[in-house]
Design a protein around this ligand. Structure first.
Ligand code: ATP
Ligand code: MG
Length: 254
């Protein structure tokens, strides 16, 4: 079942960058990644999916309804996001920021303390609950943003380089956690990665963006090839097969 479909989408920033997506979809329970060079339009797609930018033409269908017909509250019961960057000029604590994930569900009597604490334990962020968000390290901030998205408990999780500043141990833990959400809890994940090997290892499908267009899409084994990596990123690499998972892995030639 397709939860999300983008059809014939056109968008531009003052005509200096054009995004053109013929077709992109996300099925229930799928883990899909977007990879592509800097400035290829990956983050812009997530902005369009969260109504931070308005498309020029085309359709974005979420659960059979055009996205522009959703209220913010309705939308954020369906979609949660870990943005590439998150700024706040206020001295919000980690707990304040994570609690905003529950705003779409707020009623006069709701108390969501349990789900918040449980999720903070999972991402090991409980220990800096009282800390001011702005004083955290880059990787700690990303763990907080993932926690906020997880407490939102939506069918679709949008992740924009959510482990880009995270150490190897936490990277494995958090990507596994997100994969588990998708496999066990049937959540759909659309995740932007610069780490092609992570994308290849965990994704059911990958979209490769370049210059505002989808250049390739398919299973990792179909599109992570030496030729395509050269064409898209201009890298000289060797593709090997992951010894146990059998997925393509990129090794830099030197
Ligand atoms: N608000 C904006 N106004 C004008 N141009 C913008 C704006 N936001 C992004 N751009 C430009 O649009 C293009 C696509 O940006 P986008 O953020 O989608 O890239 P990206 O693929 O996410 O790149 P990265 O890998 O560096 O995060 C870039 O050339 C960028 O400079
Ligand atoms: Mg980006």
């Amino acid at each position: 079942m397709k939860l999300l479909e983008i059809k014939n989408l056109m968008f531009s920033y003052n005509n200096h960058f054009n995004l053109e997506i013929e077709y992109l979809y996300l099925e229930k329970g799928e883990f899909v990644s977007i990879i592509g060079p800097n400035g290829s339009g990956k983050t812009t797609v997530l902005k369009l999916l969260t109504l931070l930018e308005k498309k020029k033409s085309g359709e974005i269908i979420l659960f059979d309804k055009e996205i522009e017909n959703y209220s913010k509250k309705e939308l954020f019961k369906k979609i949660s996001v870990v943005p590439q960057e998150f700024f706040t000029s206020f001295d919000f604590t980690v707990e304040d920021i994570i609690s905003t994930g529950r705003i779409p569900y707020e009623t006069l009597f709701s108390k969501d303390e349990d789900i918040i604490i449980k999720t903070m334990k999972k991402t090991n962020t409980l220990k800096f609950k009282e800390r001011v968000y702005n004083t955290l390290s880059g990787g700690e901030k990303q763990r907080v943003m993932l926690t906020r998205a997880l407490v939102q408990n939506t069918d679709i999780l949008l992740l924009d380089e959510f482990v880009s500043q995270i150490d190897p141990g936490y990277t494995q833990q958090l990507v596994r956690m997100v994969k588990e959400e998708s496999v066990k809890n049937n959540k759909s994940v659309l995740s932007i990665f610069h780490d092609v090997n992570l994308a290849s290892l965990y994704s059911d499908r990958i979209y490769i963006f370049k210059e505002g267009k989808i250049k390739y899409s398919g299973k990792p084994e179909e599109i992570i090839t030496e030729k395509i990596m050269k064409e898209i990123f201009d890298i000289d690499c060797i593709i090997t097969e992951h010894p146990t998972k059998k997925k393509p892995q990129v090794i830099f030639e030197y």
